[in-house]
Design a protein around this ligand. Structure first.
Ligand code: DGJ
Length: 525
């Protein structure tokens, strides 16, 4: 009887708080204690209102996304100073649970795309208390000052209220991560020239930054220490310090993974601000952000650069031993979909096209001119393929056993090395016949992932490509397929549905626009 009463009163075991871990340079986002891959979709800026959600969920379902990125608007969240309105946030939590997806919340606080358009009206009406930056001529700039102490205090108070509410309203761990601000920094000028900023610019560079950059401690100011980069580095440091205060306060309440996203600079021909947004975590100041904002788990690139040299370079720059790769925004045009594979190949913990809803807005030319099932189909195909095995992909990536590539224009064949075996990925071949002269697809839409499960066993999946294997050494031995099973994953277990042979394997493993997953056992002859 006592046992029955005890069981009836038992609370469900508390779920672990999501967190990001690193081992030997590989990362994983742990959800319910195990690696998880975010198959994400970000909604349009003004879509996270309860009245708009009926136009959001059908797009998310069509995409097979498992995580939705939704803004939380400061102006809605704190309509009067110190009075918080949780209704919209609660609607997002309830809607996500009903649709069986996780959330990443985007705190549209002090910064949104370099401006402060989401601060509450009561702040906008008090510019002396919550000041904007000043340009070199002393004129106000449409960007918040990182030296605005009252703004910082207000942001800390609001962000803390958000995290406090999540802590008690989300024991289900629907929310996996929170983005602190959105594309922080400044477009119009390189730094703040207000009197407070000017004083800091002429003062010695903080010793924590010098230490982090392995520079000798000293009394030199920013100009003396960093020369031509001084103004940009200065702005990055103080924007990141401001955000650190906000992030640290929130994390002390509820330690979810936190991150900041970057409006990128051209990774191949960067130029200088104001050619790109100054102050945010662009690739040249990642180390500054790491030193200034240790409460952020990562900094993340918003990738709208459609050509593969630039896209791949950005992935290289943000996939670092001390920075898990997460692509929180990318273009929603069909030409961006295949970069999902390259992101996985760089160990990404998540990938998320932007503007995925049926509210009718299009951010072309950054993305597609209309969002329809047709334009979303290539993204949906990626997620249909990955969704049943998202946990396996995340675990294999964390264990360093997964390699993946996207097709690049003018490069119709790629090689993936796994010790004794090499996998080749070729694009633009017919399904029947040898693969000596791949032409590439008319547009680069292909991609593949290959993971080593055992010495001679591989998991293989792809889109618009052919995958085959060879021995890496020059022994003269040829590969043979001992067994090629197509199957599905259910709760982590692979279930074969058929065996491929004959035309389906004689020329290699051909993938089309069908979401197919293979387990391949190799031998030699
Ligand atoms: C990047 C921003 O982070 C998004 O919120 C959005 O404004 C896009 N740019 C453009 O649609």
């Amino acid at each position: 009887m006592a046992l029955v009463v005890a069981c009836a009163n038992a609370q469900p075991p508390e779920r672990p708080i999501p967190r990001i871990i690193e081992r030997e340079g590989h990362h994983a986002l742990l959800v319910d204690g195990a690696p998880f891959l975010m198959l994400g979709a970000q909604v349009n800026n003004s879509s996270a209102w309860p009245s708009m959600l009926p136009k959001v969920w059908p797009a998310i379902e069509f995409l097979h996304a498992n995580t939705v990125e939704m803004p939380v608007y400061w102006e809605q969240f704190e309509p009067q100073p110190g009075r918080f309105d949780y209704r919209v946030l609660d609607a997002l939590l309830a809607g996500a649970r009903e649709h069986h997806v996780h959330l990443v919340l985007l705190w549209f606080g002090t910064w949104k795309n370099g401006s402060s358009h989401y601060v509450p009206e009561w702040m906008k009406l008090q510019p002396e208390r919550y000041p904007l930056m000043r340009d070199a001529k002393g004129r106000p700039v449409d960007s918040p000052s990182p030296f605005a102490e009252e703004s910082r205090k207000a942001d800390i108070r609001a962000f803390s209220a958000l995290m406090r509410h999540l802590k008690q309203a989300d024991v289900q761990r629907t929310v996996l991560m929170v983005q602190v601000e959105n594309e922080a920094g400044t477009w119009q000028c390189v730094r703040d020239y207000s009197p407070a900023a000017q004083k800091a610019f002429e003062a010695p560079v903080p010793v924590e930054l010098l230490d982090a950059l392995h520079k000798p401690a000293g009394q030199a100011n920013w100009q003396q220490t960093f020369g031509d980069d001084a103004e940009e580095f200065f702005h990055a440091w103080f924007v990141a310090r401001y955000i650190e205060h906000v992030a640290a306060a929130g994390k002390a309440i509820y330690p979810l993974p936190l991150y900041a996203n970057a409006a990128l600079r051209d990774p191949l021909k960067p130029g200088r601000p104001p050619g790109y947004e100054s102050g945010g975590p662009t690739d040249n100041v990642i180390a500054i952000w790491k030193a200034a904002a240790p409460s952020l788990d990562l900094v993340a690139p918003d990738i709208y650069l459609g050509d593969s040299p630039r896209y791949l370079k950005v992935l290289d720059l943000y996939a670092l031993p001390d920075n898990a790769l997460f692509v929180p925004e990318t273009g929603n045009g069909a030409n961006f979909a295949h970069y999902f594979f390259a992101a996985l190949g760089h160990g990404a913990i998540g990938f998320s096209p932007f503007g995925m809803d049926y509210t009718g807005y299009s951010n072309a030319p950054l993305g597609a001119t209309r969002i329809t099932e047709e334009t979303m189909a290539p993204f949906a195909l990626n997620y249909k393929l990955a969704d049943p095995m998202d946990r396996e992909i995340a675990r294999l990536n964390f264990e360093g056993r997964l390699l993946a590539v996207s097709e690049e224009k003018g490069n119709p064949a790629q090689t993936l090395s796994f010790g004794n075996w090499q996998a080749t990925v070729k694009y633009g071949l017919p399904q029947f016949g040898p693969g000596d002269h791949p032409a590439g697809n008319p547009e680069p839409v292909g991609g593949a992932l290959v993971a080593q499960l055992g010495d001679n066993e591989f998991l293989v999946a792809g889109i618009h490509c052919r995958v085959d294997f060879q021995l890496a050494n020059a022994s003269g031995m040829q590969r043979q397929f001992l067994r090629v099973e197509e199957g599905t994953y259910e709760n982590g277990a692979f279930h074969a549905i058929r065996v491929w042979n004959g035309d389906q394997t004689d020329w290699g493993l051909n993938f089309t626009s069908a979401p197919q997953v293979l387990r391949v056992k190799l031998g030699t002859y």
